[in-house]
Write a protein that binds this ligand. Sequence first.
Ligand code: B12
Ligand code: SF4
Ligand code: SF4
Length: 252
Amino acid sequence: MEEQIRKYILDLGVDDIGFACAQDYHSPKSYKITKFLPDAKSIIVLAYKVLSSCESPSTSAAQNGYMDLGVFSRFSSYQISRFLERRYNAKVATIAISYPFEIHDDRKAIADFSHRHAAVAAGLGAFGRHNLVIHPKFGTRVQFTSIITNLALKPSPKSEDFCTHCNLCVENCPARALDEEGKTDVMKCLGNSLPYGLVADIKFEMQRLGSSPAEQQKMLMSAQYGRLRQSAHLGNQYMCFNCLKSCPIGLS
Ligand code: B12
Ligand code: SF4
Ligand code: SF4
């Protein structure tokens, strides 16, 4: 069954796939896997190579490459899940590339499920100094989605550790968000990588609330408002790829 599933997924154009046993998934800050599927036995983790457009000097082109990947991941996730349901009578719960996830006052920027921990459990890589998972073939230029299922699948072998501790990711982070080993300073990264995300939106609204009608009109006609609207409409608009693209592993 594992080989049939692997073949189906690779034939769709997904770059790599790993199987993890549900009990090998350990993400202390995420929800228990049974929250997504009470009878969860395995996780199928899908790896997508990030397009070389992440290097483009145009932030729109770089973001668009990411959005292309996001759309393909949604399409694949649905198609694979239907295959598992039809062929094996499986139950599934799919986890998106980033959103949606539950938002609560006490866990605002923590997702329900960790693709990084799932990818490590499924043998698709190991954590690097930048706190991202380095894939054996694609290095850091990889994103993940996961399908939790009640099928009992043989887990893939664990991956090696590829980080050479060259520190290039730390030095190339414009927000200095990686200075402390083993921790990404989320607020520093957010301000730089998602400059038109929710935090910027709240700041804009707070400023607008305290402004005169004439100032408000000016604010609503500004480029900043256009950027915020575009971001809210299209979903997260990542503007920084430095830690991802500066890691040399897998590039040669
Ligand atoms: C929200 C989010 C963000 C937020 C930060 C939120 C946060 N709390 O960390 C912001 C906007 C800052 C962000 C930034 C980035 N993100 Co982001 N993000 C997410 C998202 C949607 C949820 C993260 C989350 O809350 N997970 C739940 C927590 C509990 O689990 P976790 O993410 O694995 O985090 C824990 C572990 O990583 C652990 N940890 C960290 N380092 C190490 C090292 C070791 C050795 C061990 C054992 C554990 C460990 O500590 C963390 C806290 O418990 C995930 C998708 C997802 N659902 O997983 C993508 C995701 C993590 N992001 C990703 C990427 C690529 C990025 C960026 C490069 C931006 C970009 N251009 O894409 C930067 C990288 C920042 C960095 N170097 O850490 C990828 C990572 C792919 C990879 N190869 O590892 C993911 C998995 C998206 C995907 N589907 O592929 N992100
Ligand atoms: S995405 Fe940019 S700001 Fe965030 S940690 Fe990576 S290099 Fe730093
Ligand atoms: S850039 Fe160097 S230190 Fe950073 S994750 Fe890659 S190999 Fe490790």
